[in-house]
Design a protein. Structure first.
Length: 423
């Protein structure tokens, strides 16, 4: 009896596919590799639109339509091998030809599908069969930025200067004569990715520089506002300061909304870049810098600038929030003091009304009793004369009882109008 396997995890297939999502393509001993890096618009569905246009191109050329979940798709034309890679926010188009190919932008790559994108990077790698870079190839590089390093523990060599040529392609020379076919292919891919992620990692730097003046305005506005808070002693002044703080908070929030994603992406690309550089296993030469050292001296300060901008933005946002909280507390205390004063006035007014009501009730009782005794004296004049009772004495005796009855009636009327009775 065979054992029964547990149910398959819903993510198992995706995890297995991830291992082979971007396979290494075997590179011959001599060839020319080119790559374009195109950033797509930051709008919903932009990457799906590119993929649909690329599908239409593949169907039209008969080169095989990629599956919906494809992130890397390769096809062959008459003279070149082409590979498209789809990333989160950019697309790379790479193609391989012979060393004698001089066409930088051929018309059979499907670049029309990237019509709404923006070119951010272009590179060319010439793979040669030598173990080291021949001296005849070095004069084409800029000596001030020349990188010439041994790779794969001395089994190969790479050279570049990171200076775009007349066609805006950054040129690399790779001598991999002592590398195996697989290692040569892996190194080529890593070099392509080094240049790709170098440009993507620095994409946040211009944004950081352009946002710095706006952040400085927010910081200066907060400083001036905090210095003037000591003079805001009245409730209208405090409320005006609170409104200004809310305006600064909105501006800092809008700035953070523009910067957060770009900076987070730059840091992620920087981490990938460092891993790709470490995978080259470089060692220095006497004729130029290593890629790791040269790129680190340029990319790391750029990423540090982005981190500094993030820190400044977080600090100023925290200061604004604390100032708003402080003013909210102050306004709350002022409102409580005002409410207490109002309640005291209401209580005093209520007591005055209560005393006035008691006074009115007393005077009313006396007045009603006086008129009631007058009515009684007229009403009882006949009976008192017939009984031969003294009228004055009779009214004197009846007066306390009349006053008591009137007072009890007034009290009963007052009780009938209390809130408990009205419920």
């Amino acid at each position: 009896m065979f054992p029964i396997l547990p149910a398959e995890h819903p993510y198992r297939s995706a995890i297995m596919d991830e291992v082979h999502a971007r396979p290494v393509e075997i590179v011959p001993q001599t060839c020319r590799l080119r790559r374009l890096v195109v950033v797509m618009p930051a709008r919903p569905g932009a990457m799906m639109d590119v993929f649909r246009r690329f599908e239409a191109f593949c169907a039209e050329r008969g080169v095989g339509v990629p599956a919906a979940s494809t992130r890397q798709h390769s096809f062959d034309t008459a003279t070149r091998h082409v590979t498209w890679e789809f990333h989160t926010e950019f697309v790379t188009v790479s193609w391989r030809t012979g060393l004698d190919d001089q066409i930088n932008l051929p018309d059979d790559l499907g670049l029309e599908a990237l019509s709404d994108g923006l070119l951010i990077g272009a590179m060319r790698i010439d793979v040669i069969g030598d173990r080291t870079i021949p001296d005849r190839l070095l004069p084409g590089f800029n000596l001030a930025s020349l990188c010439l390093a041994d790779i794969e523990t001395g089994n190969g060599q790479v050279a570049t200067d990171f200076v775009p040529d007349a066609d805006q392609f950054t040129r690399f020379e790779l001598a991999g004569g002592n590398l195996t076919e697989l290692r040569r292919s892996i190194i080529c891919r890593r070099l392509l990715e080094v240049e790709t992620y170098r440009t993507m990692a620095l994409l946040g730097l211009p944004l950081a520089r352009s946002a710095s003046p706006e952040l400085r305005v927010i910081e200066n506005g907060l400083t001036a506002l905090m210095e003037g808070l000591s003079e805001a002693v009245t409730l209208p002044a405090v409320q005006a300061a609170l409104s200004q703080l809310h305006a600064l908070l909105v501006r800092s929030g809008q700035l953070a909304e523009r910067l957060d994603y770009r900076f987070a992406a730059s840091h992620a690309y920087g981490d990938v870049l460092r891993m790709r550089l470490a995978g080259l296993r470089e060692s220095g030469t006497t004729r130029g810098s290593t890629l790791t050292h040269y790129i680190g001296n340029r990319v790391d300060p750029g990423l540090a600038t982005c981190r500094a901008m993030e820190k400044r933005l977080n600090v100023v946002s925290g200061k604004i929030e604390r100032a708003i909280a402080m003013l909210d507390v102050r306004i709350g205390v002022d409102m409580q003091v005002q409410n207490a004063a109002v309640l005291d006035r209401i209580a005093a007014t209520a007591r005055s009304q209560f005393l006035l009501q008691r006074t009115v009730e007393g005077l009313s009782t006396i007045a009603i009793s006086y008129y009631l005794l007058g009515i009684i004296s007229y009403a009882m004049a006949g009976p008192l004369g017939w009984l031969h009772w003294d009228k004055t004495m009779t009214l004197s005796i009846a007066a306390p009882f009349v006053v008591l009855v009137v007072w009890l009636m007034a009290r009963a009327v007052r009780r009938s109008h209390t809130p408990e009775t009205l419920k």
